[in-house]
Design a protein around this ligand. Structure first.
Ligand code: PMT
Length: 329
């Protein structure tokens, strides 16, 4: 079998060292659980298609970049999945059916309220009684509110949790997801909040086994990941509303790069956020508008979440997308 390094670069890349998205799928192995992923998604989609419900496909959390085919070590990023998990709850409130494709062990809707926290351990929610244990009185109301919404989402089959771990895992599932959702056309919104790696090591260039420290220091060369937004927007999901995210650490770059993304890929919305202020300020950008959404110090202190302000705006844009027959100006 030939390896990537045996092949003439012209058959693999666009002249700038970046392979074509189709080549990526030929050169990398599909995840072992892809068939199971597809079966779950197909059942969910056909149920909601029959009910004529809107679906939002949320991606959330970071992707890992394995350094060995039998992976011991990998490169990761900071994303905890807060944005995606919290957004899922507001989309459910807005009446959407939610496909929540998240990085394994990153935050999940509803469950996120009870994960360990610097000031509160999950066990503090519980209290021992004479007969067993119960929710501590101080948290009863909070637990009831979260559990009621969770139960409703489950009873109405409106939340599907699906997982990914590595970059190839994410990309195979995203592509496959768009194929399964394609029949719903403009009724679908893609909300791409996952922090997807821009660099990776193709399977054929990776060590099969654990890299040995006896060989001395380690120098890595990473290839650039093709820009999958391009085929996603123009081929895989061309009738659906696509919301991508732009994350920067330099304020000067944020809006220009978000606008550049809209122009290069031709999709409908970019939510631009800065690493350190992402929980209280974002800018929602379309071709014809730019709206800063932010929380006041008082709102932050009373635990208002910025996603409660972002989602209604996107629902409004989605209404217009559907009404215009997928041709939003
Ligand atoms: O999870 P949290 O801790 O709450 O943090 C939330 C967040 C900051 C991760 C989230 O709000 C966010 O900004 N997510 C996108 C971060 C990111 O990957 O930005 P980017 O500039 O690298 O990518 C821009 C867009 O292009 C993304 O929507 C991505 O889906 C897409 N992309 C990226 C790489 C690639 N090869 N192909 C792509 O299509």
């Amino acid at each position: 079998m030939s390896t990537l390094s045996d092949m003439p670069s012209s058959s693999l890349d666009n002249g700038q060292g970046v392979i074509d998205p189709d080549v990526f799928f030929e050169q990398n192995k599909a995840p072992a659980n892809l068939a199971e992923f597809e079966a779950k998604l197909e059942a969910f989609v056909s149920y909601h298609q029959a009910q004529k419900n809107r679906i939002v496909f949320i991606t959330s959390g970071g992707t890992t970049i394995p350094l060995e085919n039998n992976t011991v070590r990998f490169i990761d990023n900071f994303s905890s999945g807060t944005r995606g998990a919290s957004s899922a709850e507001y989309f459910l409130r807005a009446g959407y059916a939610v496909v929540f494709m998240h990085r394994q062990f990153s935050l999940q809707p509803f469950h996120r309220h009870f994960v360990p926290h610097p000031h509160l351990n999950f066990l503090d929610y519980l209290q021992v009684t004479d007969n067993g244990a119960k929710v501590a009185t101080a948290y009863e109301q909070q637990v009831k509110t979260v559990m009621t919404e969770y139960q409703q989402a489950k009873d109405t089959n409106r939340l599907l949790l699906l997982e990914f771990v590595t970059l190839p895992d994410y990309l195979f599932k995203l592509k496959s997801g768009t194929r399964i959702l394609s029949g719903l056309q403009s009724q679908v919104m893609y909300y791409l909040a996952a922090a997807v790696s821009d660099f990776f090591i193709p399977s054929a260039k990776m060590n099969d086994h654990k890299i040995q420290s006896r060989d001395g220091g380690l120098t890595l060369t990473l290839d650039q990941v093709p820009k999958f937004l391009k085929p996603l927007v123009s081929v895989w999901a061309s009738q659906s509303l696509i919301v991508s995210f732009k994350l920067e650490t330099d304020e000067q770059l944020l809006v220009p790069k978000a606008r550049q993304a809209l122009e290069s890929y031709g999709h409908q919305v970019v939510v631009a956020n800065m690493l350190h202020t992402r929980k209280h300020t974002v800018t929602v950008i379309t071709k014809s508008s730019e709206k800063v959404v932010s929380l006041s110090p008082e709102e932050l202190a009373s635990h208002v979440e910025i996603e409660s302000r972002i989602i209604p705006q996107l629902v409004h844009i989605h209404d217009a997308w559907i009404d215009s027959g997928s041709t939003l100006a």
